[in-house]
Design a protein around this ligand. Structure first.
Ligand code: DGT
Ligand code: MG
Length: 602
């Protein structure tokens, strides 16, 4: 007998099926182009000094090559190689220091802005410094509508809806550049529309790549598909200076396999964006039925056993529920199983976000071999605060062209946004074990507090502001985070500002609401705001902020952030750790392998 409950559940299933169908339709109807600039840091130096182009060039951070140009790669150098090794392999390598990220940040912004202006939707999203997603659905749809199907090979791609003469000629009968799979068979009637749109996407990608190279001097590797995850992954197939289009069928049918499935299946589970190291290790453990072993012989990378998406997808009983069970835990995101299940099958409904004028946070950190006295902490906080304030001035301010605010024609600066929260994070080193070894800890602890308003002063200089930030805010915060006077030893300190409140001064009409204008009337106003600041009960605010931020043990939290939300952190962290035994700097992810390297018999 059919009960109401079964009816309801059947209804639910039908709705689910409809949801899935509509999500699949959404997934098929967008046109996303993913850019990854080739050897980005090295290219920034080459753009500054073109003579470097013909030489093997490597960019150094700490004792590691973070990237090198293709001439260097041709000679056997590679990313994340030790400087000492690189010099042995290629003695005439030109090494430039890349610890100051300003030039990369500026180049990244310039290229991003160029790409965003080249498309219609404004939907351009930066991921880190050197990747950009573009949603070109509207441009492709418009050009599909004006195609002359009787003469596809002589098509014209229109780049301006108001001027039909602006654009480029192209052959719409086939995709430009390589495809996945390389030898695509005949396209079925059902897939014809999607195929045609991808063909147009591939020609637009070629045009944008060439514009970027001609106008800005940077080359990029590009992927074209219908969502972020697929476009990002497919681009990797042909590097550098190339592009790849993932061609249909995207869904399996009686007569053909889904190219999305075969493509995703070939990836190692840890290579899927949104599945970080910790999540992939948990999945590996379930598939292998044991803790995944490390490749003992390697110091860098390659520390994980190969478990492919196919291994996971076809594992007995695998599905959203099993993934939820494997991955859920303290701090994990609800529904993570379903999200990861979708991702490994190339389903990613998250839109390319509209361009943001200000970053969602600014965060500066450094790692240390030994940091165990308050004096040293004060010095390090000072350095970090100086960088933080400089970054705030760069990223959160703009020239104010308002006549009343120009000084003999020279623009003054104004705030675009004020961060409301200041956050201090540390990573304490675990105590030494009885056998002399030290356990590896990724755990960070954080504390947040309201951003003091004096930090927005436009008259005080950066050093004075940094001193005050350390004295008035960060040191008291540090004491709460580590109440013991000694006994701690920190391997990392991070200072960040978050919770951005954009000022309302984009247009002259909104002048009245612009808080930043109030700050120009310096001391009176600042005084008033300082009183407000002091009125806030510090304990309550700290606790509430901690809860709001969810920032305790940030590494765990960062694994748990929505994997499909690829919002750029705007900050490329210097993910390098210092080995407690030999003092060598190694990328964070490789430290565990590096420590095992020490444990190996001679
Ligand atoms: P590619 O894309 O293979 O041609 O080479 P890149 O250099 O563009 O490498 P990519 O896209 O993985 O990273 C972009 C930039 O980010 C790169 O130029 C240097 C920096 N970077 C990459 N990996 C790391 C890392 O593990 N640590 C640090 N500190 N920086 C990194
Ligand atoms: Mg790159």
């Amino acid at each position: 007998m059919r009960t109401d409950a079964t009816k309801a559940s059947k209804q639910g299933e039908t709705l689910d099926a409809m949801d899935r169908a509509s999500s699949l339709k959404r997934h098929d109807s967008r046109m996303i182009i993913h850019f990854d600039y080739d050897c980005f840091y090295a290219s920034v130096f080459e753009a500054e000094n073109p003579a470097l182009k013909n030489q093997p060039l490597a960019v150094q951070q700490k004792q590691i090559i973070v990237t090198c140009n293709y001439e260097a790669r041709r000679r056997g150098l590679y990313k994340l190689q030790l400087i000492t090794e690189a010099k042995k392999v290629c003695p005439d390598v030109v090494i430039v220091l890349g610890e100051d990220l300003t030039r990369f940040r500026n180049a990244s912004k310039e290229l991003y802005s160029f790409l965003r202006k080249s498309i219609w939707s404004g939907q351009a999203e930066r991921l880190g410094f050197d990747e950009v997603f573009l949603d070109c659905t509207d441009m492709v749809n418009y050009n599909i509508d004006i195609l002359n199907h009787n003469d596809l090979s002589h098509s014209f791609f229109c780049l301006d809806q108001n001027d039909p003469t602006i654009g480029f000629q192209y052959d719409a009968s086939e995709p430009f550049g390589p495809t996945y799979p390389p030898e695509a068979g005949a396209v079925s009637d059902q897939d014809l529309q999607l195929y045609q749109r991808l063909v147009l996407g591939s020609h637009l990608a070629r045009y944008l790549r060439h514009e970027l190279e001609n106008e800005k001097g940077y080359t990029a590797t590009v992927g074209i598909s219908t969502n972020k995850i697929l476009s990002k992954l497919v681009g990797n197939l042909h590097k550098p200076k190339s592009q790849t289009t993932l061609v249909p069928p995207y869904d399996a049918s009686a007569s053909s396999e889904s190219h999305v499935t075969t493509f995703m299946d070939s990836h190692d589970i840890g290579r899927i964006p949104g599945i970080g190291f910790k999540l992939s290790q948990k999945i590996r453990a379930r598939i292998l039925g044991r803790q995944p072993a490390f490749d003992e012989g390697l110091v860098y990378g390659g520390t994980k056993e190969k478990v492919t998406v196919r291994d996971v997808r076809t594992f007995l009983g695998m599905g959203p529920e099993m993934l939820e069970e494997i991955l859920s835990g303290p701090g994990s995101q609800r529904g993570i199983g379903g999200k990861i299940w979708g991702l490994i099958q190339g389903v990613d409904d998250v839109e390319v976000s509209q361009a943001k004028k200000v970053p969602s946070q600014i965060s500066i950190e450094d790692s240390y071999t030994r940091l165990d006295t308050l004096d040293e902490v004060r010095k390090k906080l000072n350095l970090l605060s100086n960088s933080l304030i400089r970054r705030m001035h760069l990223d959160l301010m703009e020239d104010d062209d308002d006549a009343e605010n120009t000084d003999h024609g020279i623009s003054k600066r104004r705030w675009l946004a004020h961060p409301r929260t200041l956050r201090l994070t540390t990573r304490p080193r675990p105590a030494v074990n009885p056998d002399g070894t030290r356990s590896r800890s990724f755990n960070r602890v954080s504390r947040s507090l309201p951003m003091p308003t004096f930090a927005f002063s436009l008259t005080e200089n950066v050093h004075a502001l940094a001193d005050r930030l350390v004295q008035d805010s960060l040191i008291p915060c540090f004491r709460k985070l580590h109440p013991e006077r000694s006994g701690w030893n920190l391997s990392l300190v991070n200072v960040a500002v978050t919770n951005m409140a954009e000022t309302a001064a984009d247009s002259k009409d909104s002048k009245g609401r612009d808080i930043s204008r109030m700050f120009r009337r310096q001391d009176d106003v600042l005084k008033e705001w300082r009183i407000v600041d002091e009125d806030v009960a510090p304990h309550l605010t700290d606790d509430v902020n901690d809860l709001l931020e969810g920032s305790v043990d940030e590494d765990v939290c960062s694994e748990a952030t929505p994997p499909t939300s690829w919002e750029s952190d705007e900050e490329v962290q210097d993910n390098v750790d210092v080995c407690g035994r030999c003092g060598l700097s190694v990328p964070s992810f490789a430290l565990l392998a590096h420590e095992r390297f020490h444990q190996m018999p001679d």
